[in-house]
Design a protein around this ligand. Sequence first.
Ligand code: GLU
Length: 316
Amino acid sequence: MGVDWHSSMASSSTTAASPAYRGRFAPSPTGPLHFGSLVTAVGSYLDAKANRGTWLVRMEDLDPPRNMPGAAEAILQALEALGMMWDETVVYQSKRGDAYAAALAKLKKRKLVYPCACSRREISDSAVSGIDGPVYTGTCRKGLLSGRATRAERVLTEGALIEFKDAIQGKVAHNLERQIGDFVLKRADGPYAYQLAVVVDDAAQGITDVVRGADLLDSTLRQIYLQQLLGFATPRYAHLPVAVNVVGEKLSKQTLAAPIDTSNPVAMLNAALVFLGQDSIDCAPQDTAAFWKRAIAGWRLARVPRTRAEHAPALP
Ligand code: GLU
């Protein structure tokens, strides 16, 4: 992720033998590409290409009720129309259940996972609030009371202190047990949790650099913890500011973010580029090849605003 990042990471083991850069864009296909997801796509793409890396696309379609039919295809078409081609076959999380089951089984075997019967209500009533919502206080750690049914499988976070240096946001360090608590890896009747799936997939795809929205900064702590338990390497992380609307809500399908207008590609791409603190590129409105050539050459991760959220611009 840029020369500055590699050389300033005292704790990084970056050497001449480090694996080549592999980045990814991992949208949840809950709707078409909007400005918020475009920013993540553009940031991850530019950082990968500026580091002569490989850029992958992974569809995070784990949770069928949230997926919108046709959204995955629409996202891929939009990327193509914007001149952002992925380098390897697109991976769909909905087809990776066996890999997630194997990882969960590995943790269960080591007694790092336990069944939990608590409802969301019980947890929020009894919990203190942490950095990312109510902290699960470990009620079911010692076993389920008789007659209680398993609602979820949780991972033990006893004594876990997690620290990492984000390439944009700086140092992040927390006591996972106190600030987040034992977190869910799978709901009894539902999908595997995003936290588990993303860790298994990032490892399986050999991802070295994760560039994504800062709304996932606290998830990164959980993910690094799981990487450590599962014996996976921890990628480098760079969390981009998230695009928010005038009332400060993250752009999303729920907040009715408009789909990207790909008939005007360079203007859209420039809006994302400027949002990321880079200079806009003056080229013909349809010439995405010229846009990318110059955007890649000019990309400076150090110029990305060091904030968790920024207002989205009025779009062209
Ligand atoms: N699928 C997640 C999202 O769309 C992003 C996951 C990630 O980049 O790790 O918010």
